[in-house]
Design a protein. Sequence first.
Lengths: 101, 495
Amino acid sequence: MTGERITIEQAAHVARLARLDVTGDELALYTMQLEAVLEYAGQVAAVDTSSVQPTAHATPAENVMRKDEPGECLERDDVLREAPESMDGMFLVPRILGEAP
Amino acid sequence: MAVDASGGSVGYEPVIGLEVHCELATATKLFCSCPNSFGDEPNTNVCPVCLALPGSLPVLNERAVDLAIRVGLALHSDVRQCTFHRKNYFYPDMPKDYQISQYDEPLNAGGWLDLPSGTRVGVTRAHLEEDTGKTVHMGGTGRIHDATFSLVDYNRAGVPLLEIVSEPDIRSPQEAREYVAELRAILVAAGASKARMEEGSMRVDVNISVRPAGSASLATRCEIKNLNSLRSLVRALEYEIARQAEVYRSGGSVVQETRHFDEDTGRTASLRSKEEAHDYRYFEEPDLLRLVPGQERVDAIAAGLPAMPAQRRSEIAALFSSAGAGTGGGAGAGGAREDQIAGLVENGLDGLLLAAVNGGVSPEKALARTANEAASRIDEALALDPESYGRLLVMEEAGKLTATQVKAVLSEMLDEGRGDPAAIAKRLGFETMGAGSINASVEEVVASNAAEWDRYCSGEDKLAQFFIGQVMKATRGKADGKAVVAELQRLRSTR
Ligand SMILES: [Zn+2]
């Protein structure tokens, strides 16, 4: 059940961080599936990159910025219409369990 | 546990580091062109980017970068090439479920801040990130713990923040207070932020541990979040120092945790600790490119930086010593003056004082008027033309306006945000009373208050106030109090 790249404990940790309530069976299944994803992505590691410069981005561009000039905002009614619930011009969300991080 | 916050920390030394968040004074948010504006109707400054609608992409605000660099330079930081990271967490204050921040490559690295008292506090870093939305907890007592639901306003989500992290170089609550005040003065001087704790545009988190005095080791620290005034900062630290010292004294150990300061009780309390330590899974923001502030840009920003608070304070203090003023005022008077000067510089109002002094007003008078009258309405005073303000105080210095009249004219100028003091004085009917008419009025008042006059003449000096009041009433405030007293004294000596 435990793969080489991800343990069931790591999968449970990731699920908790994502606020996902998963059962034991689901966890076992997802661990296997994540293992397969990591294995697939791991193929990249097989490429010989010894002669390639490390890069943070696919494009060499940098310093892409915009002027500090106000633009159009969305209409509040349009925005709140898309929300499950709203009140007094604000989004209404279920009870928050805990302080902001 | 009962904690004696007064003397409970004897034998222990606090080690304090501060994290200060300030909102940068841009026109728009950090990654979108929504207005960065405090106090607007909820959710009116929102767009697909700051609401995290699918397909939207962030674009960095150039002005926010420049302001952050200004602060970095003012704090002697190394301004360097940097990257943005996603800090992942689930909380309704960020619709993306992550905050764009900087992680291992901040814009400003290292630096220091010198406290007016002489201590140098190291700066670890000052990095750019976006602010979160505002939540209002509903139901119960309105606190998060017993709320039934919450409301969210995303106007603040995406507003540019600079997080300034200090080294743990601070050794007392008073030093912490001094650090925040000085940092605030620098942020205002650099034009980077309004840095108003009362408006939430400056927020302070503290890391605090205590160790036996003289020890060089670092003990377990606690974090106290979101202190929203200098007073709360000092109170929270005083309490927490005593609490941790008490834990050690009674043989216990301090748990590393985040604590909340309760304004009402003056105590800190543990927030329900999460089942695991924070794991923000930082990774580089793929939607933003590397930021490389070239030397040319940094040099240009450095050249445009105005004088910093320490220099401005000493320049103003020098006005007093060169005028030979205030000697003999004692340490108390000097301290009060230092505080007034520091307050003006912190709020950027020292330019008004200088304009008045340059116009010929004595430093004492200029300081008194600026610190007492102008500083009581900071926003309006900042909008004043210093030269016009200077001319107003010159009119007082020359005896053309009484103290009461100056305050009235200034109030008009602050209301209008500008104005020619002479024209306003005229409009308000504040014509200068000649010495002749003041003296005539004094004589009239003396004649009709014979009993009080006798008492004044027999040495009851405090009755001068009575006569000033009577003359003011008779002249509808146009007389100069000093001229009235002079005439009273003259009449008494020739009686
Ligand atoms: Zn926006």
